[in-house]
Write a protein that binds this ligand. Structure first.
Ligand code: HPA
Length: 274
């Protein structure tokens, strides 16, 4: 049986055979935030289903392809569609693309998502810089025998979202007039929207927002020595805080509305850090 390192190398070999560019920055696009791909110039697409050893995406609103190209002259690799634990993938599969990114030479990763707001000063449409995470899934992508070629057995997680990148994101937002907030993202397993009691409990423990993604990729990237910036779009207030029931369609609708500012912001951040 092939180990993950060899599998990732196979994926990389295929991706490199399809692209002429050498990206150092990658973006994982969350639900409803795939429009960023529209800002990418000289695009090339690689469908996940064509990449050896890549998992396949199943969620509505997730396209399942890599988009390679340039934003303001900076080469980027965007993932349009990600893998979730609730789809039945293992954590290693969920984070697999990040391991591939490492071998492709990616140095900085922007992770994005649609999520629920717990902090009552947020409202649907708020863009939030993620300052830290709480992993509420009793699993993570680093469980198992460690391969030192990827990273250390016991990785540091004291700055999961790089302060330098957070500062740059804030500076850029101020320059271009994008409003943002900051907060801690709690990653639940899903796929159900949390209960009101779960939200009260985790809100009391310091979470500002809640979602079902992002944490595994953040853990893997830190382990691999890739710097991470996290940006959330609050698409609804979490259970018990908002009166109406949740719907995925509404999540996508709000994310799409917010994606105008989101795209402007992320494009400028990429120009700044590229
Ligand atoms: N909870 C979990 N995930 C989410 C939510 C939520 O309220 N909104 C969008 N993704």
């Amino acid at each position: 049986m092939k180990n993950m390192y060899d599998k990732a190398r196979e994926s990389v070999k295929y991706i490199e055979s399809k692209m002429n560019l050498k990206p150092k920055i990658a973006v994982i696009l969350g639900s409803g935030l795939g429009d960023l791909a529209g800002v990418i110039e000289n695009k090339e697409y690689i469908n996940y289903k064509d990449i050896p050893n890549f998992p396949k995406s199943t969620v509505v609103g997730h396209e399942g392809r890599l988009v390679l190209g340039e934003i303001k002259g900076v080469t980027v690799l965007a993932m349009q569609g990600r893998f979730h634990y609730f789809e039945g993938y293992t954590m290693k599969e969920v984070a697999y693309p990040v391991f591939v990114m490492k071998l492709l030479g990616i140095e900085k990763l922007i992770v994005t998502n649609a999520c629920g707001g717990i902090n009552t000063s947020f409202s649907p449409g708020t863009l939030m810089i993620i300052t830290d995470f709480i992993n509420l899934v009793s699993d993570n992508p680093l469980i198992g025998i460690n391969d030192e070629r990827f990273g250390p057995r016991f990785p540091d997680m004291s700055e999961p979202y790089k302060l330098e990148l957070i500062d740059k994101a804030k500076k850029v937002a101020d320059e271009i007039g994008v409003e943002y907030r900051e907060g801690v993202y709690a990653g639940f397993m899903g796929p159900y929207y949390e209960t009101a009691a779960e939200i009260r409990a985790i809100g009391g423990q310091g979470a500002d927002a809640v979602g079902m993604s992002t944490v595994p990729e953040t853990i893997a990237a830190n382990y691999l020595g890739i710097e991470v910036l996290g940006i959330s779009c609050i698409t609804n207030m979490a259970t018990g805080i908002q009166k109406q029931k949740h719907s995925h369609a509404r999540v996508i609708e709000i994310a799409k509305k917010a994606s105008v500012d989101f795209c402007r912001w992320v494009a400028k951040i990429i120009e700044d850090i590229g």
